[in-house]
Ligand binder design. Sequence first.
Ligand code: G1P
Length: 291
Amino acid sequence: MSKRLRKVVFPVAGLGTRFLPATKVVAKEMLPVLDRPLIQYAVDEAVDAGADTLVFVTNRYKHAIADYFDKAYELESKLAQSGKNDLLAMVQGTLPKHVRCVFVTQPEALGLGHAVLCAKPVVGDEPFGVVLPDDLIWNGKGPGALRQMAELADAQHAGVIAVEEVPRDQTNKYGIVDASPVSERAAKVKLVVEKPKPEVAPSNLAIVGRYVLPGRIFELLEKTTPGAGGEIQLTDAIEALLGEQSVLAYRFEGTRFDCGNKLGLVKATLAMALADPALAPATREFIADVR
Ligand code: G1P
């Protein structure tokens, strides 16, 4: 895979049941970490990796993401008239000018693999990224996880999936990888299995929500039958890909927050507050005092 990573897919059709009742009306990707919604962190990471086409796989109830990245005429003209240029720049800066958004719908919730397959008509036959916005990966001022992966995919002509170690008793929440190390951060994947029980898991190295994949994955997804949880799993199509092409498991530089659950969102919020010079002192004080 030697082409630059141009297209990134965001599967965002999930219901967000872990954040009900808020997600009755707020898409879970719109939940904020400080002042920015989760989807903004995910999009910034994709743009940092070089993407100019963002493909959102959504459902008919989720208009908020499209609205968020759309031009807000009334708000923008009010901010301009009242000379609030900082705020205007912030509102206009959700997406750089050269980046376009494409929305495709996933008619039925048939699994992550099925969601990614819905992006096939837009992506075509070229390497692309997948970012699951629930997994917020923060690398401070350093390169984002997807950029690190895109560079590795390009240099090694391989697919790349992001991994990190998880406690053994949590293997049934993740795709789990068996891989042989090839460098400090990368390992050649030998096997991937979706949500194995701890007693049969090949390791505790878990896939987190970042992938760089070849267009070929779409044909493999078309042949993938329902797997774990009765869903069409991206992990199963990657397992099929292993017979044809090399795939690297990559331990990214940065911290991952699982914002698909409440504790992860709390941790991400605290970490971002501590990284913000205006908020850090008061946040530290609060953490030291809180009972
Ligand atoms: C999905 C993937 C799984 C991966 C996880 C990362 O699972 O199927 O392989 O480990 O994302 O967040 P989900 O969290 O959608 O159940």
